[in-house]
Design a protein around this ligand. Structure first.
Ligand code: NDP
Length: 305
């Protein structure tokens, strides 16, 4: 069997189109423009790239982007004061603080100072609790993107056996909650799980969020299963030659060994071009959802958990 490739890039484009259509309606019918504020502390190059592309896509779907770039030595008090101001600002519907923060800043304290209804990353402790108890929450973007792709592929995932590899607060745990909320039978696995191969082999749905290149081989996968590969890992690619500085070029791979898994699975997300593009699309979806909730308006269909 050769798996169907779930094209996250194309799917993310349809999500952004839906967001843009909803934004246009909000402007036309209610004179409201959703706004997303992104706060970046320091000069981490990867974070700068993420923030730039978030800002660009926010504007592309018709929303307002507010970028706050603060120096690395910003004090906690100053950062909290900025968040308080954004919490009170009616033109800001979503607030995202780009992680990781410099070491002298308490990440939990900062994230929990965001108004939960504006917490478009879904990391605030209130949103974690709401999701865990099956209530209306802001849902973390990467797991939300995975769920959207799974629903699109399966229609309903109810009753399916799902195995999540990884138990992080940003991917593994919320992913498991979403699958449980959608009536899957869920197993969460981690670095101490015994007989991981046997556990994964039982799954109709495998979500791998580990951060170990090509860790899951095809012979762990049940024939016909759906494989969602969240991992983003850079590995040496000597076949691509060397860079100007003489170092070996790199390529991106997931946590699953793509070729062998695709031989067995029914469907699989590639890396790159699978889960990655869905994450920013879901950030935009969460912002428009937050804007609708703030204004007591109907939420956009198909963009929430
Ligand atoms: P974390 O490092 O926070 O968590 C990794 C998890 O994997 C941990 O729970 C760990 O277990 C588990 N793990 C480690 N080794 C093994 C093993 N040998 N067997 C089973 N489980 C293992 O990572 P994240 O959740 O933040 O990210 C995971 C991956 O997803 C990374 O590659 C990251 O780059 C990618 N990612 C991609 C995103 C996207 O947009 N596509 C967004 C976010 C992340 P334990 O808890 O026991 O240590």
């Amino acid at each position: 069997m050769t798996a169907q490739i779930i094209d996250g890039k194309a799917f993310a484009a349809t999500v952004r189109e839906k967001v843009a259509a909803h934004v246009a309606r909000l402007k036309e019918e209610h004179a409201i423009t959703p706004g997303l504020a992104v706060v970046l502390v320091g000069e981490d190059p990867a974070s700068q790239v993420y923030v730039r592309s978030k800002g660009k896509m926010t504007v592309e779907v018709g929303m307002t982007s507010f970028e706050h770039k603060l120096p690395a030595e910003t004090s906690e008090a100053d950062l909290l004061a900025l968040i308080e101001a954004l919490n009170a600002d009616k033109s800001v519907h979503g607030i995202l603080v780009q992680l990781p923060l410099p070491d002298h800043l308490d990440e939990d304290l900062v994230i929990n100072s965001i108004a939960p209804e504006k917490d478009v990353d879904g990391f605030h402790i209130s949103n974690v609790g709401l999701l865990g108890t099956g209530q209306k929450a802001m849902v973390p973007c990467t797991p939300l993107g995975c769920l959207m792709m799974l629903r699109d592929h399966h229609g309903s995932v109810s009753g399916l056996d799902a195995v999540v590899i990884g138990r992080s607060n940003i991917v593994g745990k919320p992913m498991a909650q979403l699958l449980l909320g959608n009536s899957c039978t869920v197993t969460i696995t981690h670095s101490r799980t015994k007989n991981l191969a046997d556990v994964v082999k039982r799954a109709d749905i495998v979500v791998a969020a580990v951060g170990r290149p090509e860790m899951v081989p095809g012979d762990w996968i049940k024939p016909g299963a759906t494989v969602i590969d969240v991992g983003i890992n850079r590995i040496d690619a000597p076949e691509k030659g060397t860079k100007e500085d003489g170092s070996v070029k790199m390529r991106l791979v997931g946590d699953c060994h793509f070729d062998s898994c695709a031989e067995v699975a029914g469907a699989i997300t590639p890396v790159p071009g699978g889960v990655g593009p869905m994450t920013i699309a879901c950030l935009l979806a969460n912002t428009v959802t937050a804007c609708c909730r703030a204004n007591g308006l109907a939420e956009p269909e198909g963009l929430t958990a």
